[in-house]
Design a protein around this ligand. Sequence first.
Ligand code: X2X
Length: 341
Amino acid sequence: MKIRLLLAALACGAAALTAPAHAQNYKAEYKLSIVVGTSFPWGQGAEIWSKLVRERTDGRINIKVYPGTSLVQGDQTREFTAIRQGVIDMAVGSTINWSPQVKQLNLFSLPFLMPDYAAIDALVQGEVGKEMFKHIEKAGVVPLAWGENGYRQLSNSKREIKQPSDMKGMKLRVVGSPLYIDTFTALGANPTQMSWADAQPALASGAVDGQENPLSIYTGSKLYTVGQKYLTLWNYVADPLIFVVNRDVWNSWSEKDREIVRQAALDAGKQEIQIARKGVTPEDPSLLKEISGFGVTVTSLDAGQHAAFVAATKPVYDKWKKTIGEDLVTMAEKSIAARKK
Ligand code: X2X
C-alpha cells in the first residue's frame, strides 16, 4: 500500500515537473496571417479556427488574426517564406500567393481545369490534396486542412467581356504567379502584377481597368463603387485556401494540442467552404442578384463563348502542365473525370 502511494506521488511529481516546462515553450500569442479582412469568408475561416483552438485548449494556444497580410507589409507572395522563417506562426493562405515557393500549387490556376465545385472537391479532398500537402511539408510548413477562396471572376470598368478580343489591351491587375501573366497575355490583355493592398487604390484611381477575384471579395470590397461595373462569370480558376502552421511552432506543442489544432483546422475549413459558397452556386445565386442590384452588368458565357476562352489559353495550360509536373496534372485530370457530380 505504502509503495503504491509512493509511486503515485512520484508520478504526480514527474507530471508537475514536465507540464510547466512544456507550457513555458508556448507563446503568449500566435500570429495568424490572412490577406483580406475578417468579414470575408476567408477571414471568418481564420476566426473560427482561432476560436475553436482557444476553446479546446482552454486558452493554452491563443491565436491572433492579422488581416491584410500585415506581417509582411501586404506583400502576399512573401507570406509563405515568412511562415517558414517563423515571422508568421500560422496562416490561412491562398494557393496563388504561395505558388512562387511551391510550384505545384499553380495547379489550381491552370485555366479551365476545374469545371464545377465537384471538381474542386475531387482535387482537394482526394489524392491530389494529399500530394499537395506533401509538397508543402517538404517546403518546410505544416499543412492541416483545406478551405476555399473561390471561383475567380473577371471585372472591369471599360466594357462587357464576352470573348477574348473584348480584353484587348485592357490593363488588368493580377496576383502571384507568372502563370497569370501568361494567361492574360494569351487573351490579349495587358496584365500587371500587384498585391491586393495596392490593387484597391489602383482600381479606384483608374490606374488599372480591371481585376479577377471571387465574388465574395468583389462584393466585400465593394468594387462596384470604384467603377468595376462589368462582371464576367467565367469560372476560369478557383483558389483553395490552406490552413498551416510554422514547423517549429508545431513541434513545440504537445501531441494532444497538435491534434486539437489539426481537428479545429479541419472543422473550420469545412465551415469556411460552406460560407465561401453561399450565394454563388447554381443552386443559390443570391449574391449575383445583389450584385446586379448595384447596376453591374453581369455576363455569363454560352458554350461557344466559353470554348473560345479555353482555346485561347490552351497553350498556357500545356506549358504550365510541364512546370507544375505532368504526373500531378494528369492525376488531377483523372480525379476530375472520375468525380461524383
Ligand atoms: O490578391 C488577391 O486577389 C486575393 C485576395 O484573392 C488573394 O490573396 C489571392
